[in-house]
Design a protein around this ligand. Sequence first.
Ligand SMILES: [Zn+2]
Length: 428
Amino acid sequence: MKKHTLFLAKGLSLSLYLIVSLLAAAVAFGQTTAIRAGNLIDPAAGTIAKGQIILIKDGKIAEVGPEVKIPAGAEVIDLTGAWVMPGLMDAHTHITLDFDMSSGFDTIYLRESSAMRALRGLRTAQDILQVGFTVVRDVGNDANYAAVDIRNAIRKGWFTGPTVLTTGKIITPFGGQTHGITPEQGRFWLFEYIDADSVDEVRKAVRENIYYGAEAIKLVSDNSAFYYTVEEIRAAAEEAHAAGQVVSVHVMGGEPARNVILGGADSIEHGFYLTDELLQLMKEKGTWLVGTEFPQAHLEKLDPAGTMGQAKEEAAKEIDRLKRAYRIGVKMAFGTDSVSNLPGKNRGEMMLDYLDMWDAAGVPPAATLKAMTTDAAKFLKIEKKRGSIANGMAADIIATPANPLENIQALRQVSFVMKDGKVAKPKK
Ligand SMILES: [Zn+2]
């Protein structure tokens, strides 16, 4: 065989090999999954459609309806006896943190590296997905941008986990959330906070976070002797919004909260001491509440010395504030702030304990489910991609054996989880 003919033959077999492998990849990529949904919930409307078929292709919902034809060769998942809905969202998590107030943040910085924090965060993210949360926003306290790495590792497909939106380092007035550190120690809180004490410093801090991979911005306004002015909040909002990002502020009430609302932040986080007047102002300005109402058992674990007040009374106050916010009609996205581990429960299960608070406040199950799905997606500005079951949306789908619109506690028994079209928890 002449030399050039040999090359030609080799080239041909190589092309053939490439074509065959490309075809195989295309078949795998184009794999269609069909879910037979006995009861499909639309959380935006609070309605149920019976006997629906959801077709899923390339991680997205391709078609939904009662008459959808299931293509030959499709994998069929039978959820005819279940209630099917979009995956849950938690707008306020700290997946890399295990915290209690008696040891404070300071010891965590000294005793845990960013790598250790990332490992905990990854483990927590996986637990969270198993109970049905397919999206979480991590609002800081993640060491040196550890949540950015967790998010990226999940996106690369190295691990199965929820969509993680991260805020990067928390922007605060001088001192982070530490108290009484001696000058000899230096500003070691910069491990997970950025000191920003003027309009310009706030702008720079937002830009710094965006540069290092944040997808949302978080400020803490009133956890020290200083709090942010309307102008400082406005600067953060302008910078964040210019980058298409949401800006959220930890604030409890009073004038600091008024500044947050008037400065145009997207949300108040916690807001435990908001008066009816401030809640009314939030409604007028369209400020979201991510209320993080702690169940009593969590408060007891988080704050055994009762520095925040007696757990029972504190929980009752938080229930009352949730009740008033719902009555007044403030926009609400579900957020838990679960930051410490209770014995015998993983973080995902703990997040569902917050349902007790929504029940205790008399929020109807349909409104709670909306705050956990479609409304949370709107707040996080991802509603065009996630948060509902419709054509073109990411296939983040969960199922429960009972109807959560009748009893929201049904969400504690999530029996199936699909994340971006892949089954993360097979049907029991
Ligand atoms: Zn928090």
